[in-house]
Design a protein around this ligand. Sequence first.
Ligand code: SAH
Length: 464
Amino acid sequence: MRYLPIFMKLTGRPALVVGGGSVAARKVRLLRKAGAEITIVAPKFCKELEQLTHEDKIIFSRCEFRDADISDVSLIIAATDNRAVNQKVYDLAQARHIPVNVVDSPDQCSFIMPSIIDRSPVQIAVSTGGSSPVLARLLRAKLESFVPAAYGRLAALVDEYRQRVKERFTDPDQRRFFWEAVLQGRVAELLFADRGDEARGALEAAIEDTSDSFDSTGEVYLVGAGPGDPDLMTFRALRLMQQADVVVYDRLVSPPILDMVRRDAEMIYAGKERNRHTLTQESINQLLVRLAKEGKRVLRLKGGDPFIFGRGGEEIETLAEDGIPFQVVPGITAAAGCASYAGIPLTHRDYAQSCIFVTGHLKDGTVDLDWEKLARPAQTIVFYMGLHTIDELGRQLVAHGMSKVTPVALVQQGTTQHQRVFIETLGSLPGLVEREDIKPPTIIIVGEVVNLSGKLKWFGDDGR
Ligand code: SAH
């Protein structure tokens, strides 16, 4: 271990910063956050530092550095562009055993500063021991995406109840189980959903609960997994996938996404192929209720966005009626995902001022749409579930006044490695699906914006 990681208490402690430029300003910002009493020595100060002159916790010493500036301080940072001055600060600090950091000069540091993920009071510090600050920053970015923004609130809540929990559970193992259940269950989710009072209520109930299982109410997470590319999932979706006990998923959820679910979670396939629903909608609704009532954290994973042609609304209506807690996590809907990956902006100042999402499939298999409204100029139409009725869709649009040469894009398995894009016209649609053996899931985009695909395409695919 090249360096020992420690967290230093600087509240009310004196710290010295030598240098008045933007690098010094960055360090001053951090020291202020840590509550230090800062003295800055420099003949000149940058704008950012000048704005702090009214602060009573910062002393500005407007002169060149002198040896006497090294007094009894807790920590010293040198951020000048003068090597001799930096060296001097370092030597003097070392002689007095004061921790010193010369910015960007590892050889002149008795301590180094990590990349910080700040979820105060939770702090995660990343260091590569000075080997590669870029790598540390990349790691930091990964961790930033992984640790919910509201994590600090969770730590503050634990702090508030720590003593009470200690008194209630005298056995350390039991205490650990308790906190593990609380920090990965309903209490945490309530806090993340900005419902602090309810989180406190649930935590208190769990403390008072005399049964063996803490936090025994289950919860349903209705989560949109996006159109296929796992990179397009939200941070929240990923976090809930890693904490769920059981996952109920649809056919549309792609295998690489399913691979990201917690390894020991139970997986239930709910099907949802056209006309071949493995489970009926009613039995899916009931399944979710039953699993949650068993105290499980249930992830209902859906392709795209759960509230866009996803029947998400129906599923949580049943939950709401049964008083089951739930949360809804949006996903990138197929229209947005496929359009981006096919280089088709759904709106464009020159070609389309509106965009309309419709389903090409109705319950009894017929298409009954407001064609007048769809066939308007300067509008993009996106058909979900329209593959089986595509000939009819094209015919009706033409019959209602659209030109036969209006461009149409079919995007099959959009955003995945199997994406195929076909650029056609309303007139060339008949027979296309059979000719090209196009399979679901496929989305159909109609409108002038489709022409931009030739120019704006950036994602590789197997279409033509
Ligand atoms: N809730 C989903 C839509 C479910 S309806 C969402 O927001 O995206 C199912 C239809 O979505 C499919 O018939 C198809 O038209 C479309 N679809 C979903 N994923 C797709 C994908 N990766 N590529 C192309 N179309 C897709």
